[in-house]
Write a protein that binds this ligand. Structure first.
Ligand SMILES: *Cc1c(COP(=O)(O)O)cnc(C)c1O
Length: 381
């Protein structure tokens, strides 16, 4: 089955044996009647499993070419479940240019539980190799990175992780399985904030994990059930529905993202545009190798690097909404220095490129002429 068919049919065989509904029915039930004590029809209590959730979990697994999919109450709950595979004393090597919430979970929760983190610029495998020792249990990769849009070579890191028997996990939220399939590139775990492109309509918070390894899946199912951070059936339905148009939405996100990156690059007020589709982007070759397109996320900085000018630009936008998050049908604009990266000291964040005038756009699927006109108006004094 090709990807564009999988978004609609992947893992969805016989989803409603009772009546043949075409969409997964929303089983809004916390418990299921047993045939006799201890004998059920496949579902007993909805924390352990719910048919609407199963339909979604199979769909996401199919998109990532994985055997097992698991859904969680949020992207962070999915990451939390992965880190519960570790024990005190274990070490993790993580991408340094990281989603703020992931950093908060690592630094504010798991560090206190005895897990040691090394935040590393993963542009070369050498920079990672330096931190590997016999306590290293997991490499955490986010690519494209947020908000600087650097690309990390998943395949070459997977060779390193396999050689040292370390798990490799990839946060695939920005790219989606439409653009990039980490398991195919050698990762052991792929994680999503389904809140973003998978759901695609900014109406639900959800996370997922996909793996191929049987014993890893067994352990994660146990954690999902034992810790209980599961999504409700209505939310599972919404993400199932979102996924059915993932390929169409991503095509338009990529087209619009490209047009906006090119427009911004020519604008006299723009200092730099961060988008991996540019041939002179430092990681363009890796992006071309591991991604099918360059996505709808674009960041840029302004000449003069004025905080006030960035603020006034953001306030003048009409179609782009000033908001956190990304990956929905609507275009959003964000100011990393005061929003997602606000808690990082100015000197620290500027080292990684998050300057006062940096603006991050999640380019939606509206008409491109309207989007460019909106930016044009916001640049005017
Ligand atoms: C949003 C996001 C998360 C966290 O997901 P939630 O659904 O908000 O918990 C993790 N990683 C990335 C890259 C994200 O964009």
């Amino acid at each position: 089955m090709k990807f564009d068919t999988k978004t609609i049919h992947g893992g969805q065989e016989d989803i409603d044996p009772a009546y043949g509904a075409v969409m997964p029915p929303i089983y809004q039930s916390s418990t299921f009647k047993q045939i006799s004590p201890g004998k059920d029809k496949g579902y007993a209590y909805a924390r352990s499993g719910n048919p609407t959730r199963t339909a979604l979990e199979k769909s996401i697994a199919s998109l990532e070419n994985g055997k097992y999919g698991l859904a969680f109450g949020s992207g962070l709950a999915a990451i939390d479940a992965i880190f519960r595979l570790l024990k005190p004393g274990d070490e993790v090597i993580s991408t340094s240019d990281l989603y703020g919430g992931s950093f908060r979970l690592f630094d504010g929760v798991f560090k206190d539980m005895g897990i040691r983190f090394h935040f590393v610029n993963m542009q070369t495998t050498k920079s990672i190799e330096k931190y590997i020792n016999d306590k290293t249990k997991l490499i955490w990769v986010e690519t494209p990175t947020n908000p600087m849009m650097s690309i990390i070579d998943i395949e070459s890191i997977s060779m390193l992780s396999k050689q040292h028997k370390i798990l490799l996990a990839v946060d695939n939220t920005f790219a989606t399985p439409y653009l990039q399939q980490p398991l195919e590139l050698g990762a052991d775990l792929v994680m999503h904030s389904a809140t973003k492109y998978l759901g695609g309509h900014s109406d639900v918070i959800m996370g997922s994990v996909v793996v191929n390894d049987d014993s890893l899946a067994e352990r994660l199912y146990f954690i999902q059930k034992a810790c209980g951070a599961v999504p409700g059936p209505m939310d599972c339905f919404l993400v199932s529905r979102g996924i059915k148009t993932l390929h169409l939405r991503m095509q338009r996100h990529c087209e619009n993202g490209k047009a906006i990156a090119q427009y911004l690059r020519k604008h006299p007020k723009v200092q730099q545009v961060y988008w991996p589709g540019f041939e002179d982007h430092p990681n363009h070759e890796i992006a071309k190798k591991q991604m099918k397109g360059f996505g709808g996320m674009v960041s840029f900085s302004m000449k003069g690097n004025s905080y006030e000018e960035a603020m006034s630009f953001l306030k003048k936008l009409c179609i782009f909404t000033l908001a956190e998050s990304l990956g929905g049908v609507e275009s959003l604009a964000g100011h990393p220095a005061s929003m997602t990266h606000g808690s990082i000291p100015k000197e620290e964040r500027e080292k990684s490129g998050v300057v006062d005038s940096l603006i991050r756009l999640s380019v939606g699927i509206e008409d491109i002429e309207d989007l460019i006109e909106d930016l044009q108006n916001a640049f005017r004094k």
